[in-house]
Design a protein around this ligand. Sequence first.
Ligand SMILES: NC(=O)c1ccc[n+]([C@@H]2O[C@H](COP(=O)([O-])OP(=O)(O)OC[C@H]3O[C@@H](n4cnc5c(N)ncnc54)[C@H](O)[C@@H]3O)[C@@H](O)[C@H]2O)c1
Length: 269
Amino acid sequence: MSFVSPIKAALGRTAFITGGGQGIGRAIATRLARDGYDISIADLPSAKERVAEVVKEIEGYGRKAISVEANVKEPKQIYNAIEETVERLGPNLFVSVANAGVTQVKPLLECEPEFIENEVRINILGLMNTHIAAARQMVKQGNGGRIIGAGSIASYRTAENLGPYGGTKFAVRGFTEAAAKEWAQYGIRVNAYAPGIVDTPMWDHIDRELARIENISVGDAKAIRVKRDIKLGRIQEPEDVAKLVAFLVSDEGEYITGQTIKTCGGASL
Ligand SMILES: NC(=O)c1ccc[n+]([C@@H]2O[C@H](COP(=O)([O-])OP(=O)(O)OC[C@H]3O[C@@H](n4cnc5c(N)ncnc54)[C@H](O)[C@@H]3O)[C@@H](O)[C@H]2O)c1
């Protein structure tokens, strides 16, 4: 990664990010903090220590940061997390990023209902509830806002052994459009990022599972796909996704809404 963004002055605005304890969510949280946002990170209780590290990093940039526990499978926990964010950081919620997501790797014929339900509840129901909870607060504040969701190149083209994941990510595209249409009148823009193969713990998990299914060595599933699919010749860093988010929430992105934007180094071509 070559570019490190500068630390900018405080904006007096808050960004709320689910799943900000590691990977893409962490990169978005730290990038938006460097751009001047105070940050609220909602993650699972099991991520508490990792979130504490992110909070510490953000405080080092001179911004406020808080950790609010929430499992996005539980709508009430999402609403409580938004409420706690506003109580602790003030009624300045301007950005919400529904980033939390999971992927499970299995051939469709082996997928049990509980397995599918888990992915649907986190990846799409969690995103819908996070978007709506955040939008309600933004409408109440009356100053507009920016809502971002986690799509994927799987929002455009699914892959074998990732069927339920692809289904949820296609749905992200649909919901992004619907929310953008309804909330433009409130000055709220809604978009999603669609990354390719990002170097995070999620892809380490996918790699291990694909290695088992394809009977190859751990590390090879990722290496083969990076070499074969990514035209820009390197794996994607979480910070690459954060750059797109920083652009979308900024005034530079003022005419963009309802889009699920690929950032994948050409992997989808
Ligand atoms: N890594 C990739 O290549 C890639 C590609 C395309 C899209 N995405 C999407 O980007 C998002 C982030 O991916 P990542 O690679 O950083 O994942 P990751 O697994 O590395 O991190 C996910 C974070 O979300 C949290 N989380 C998981 N379930 C949660 C829940 N129920 N409630 C609250 N928090 C929860 C985890 O604790 C963790 O901090 C996901 O939605 C993923 O589908 C990732």
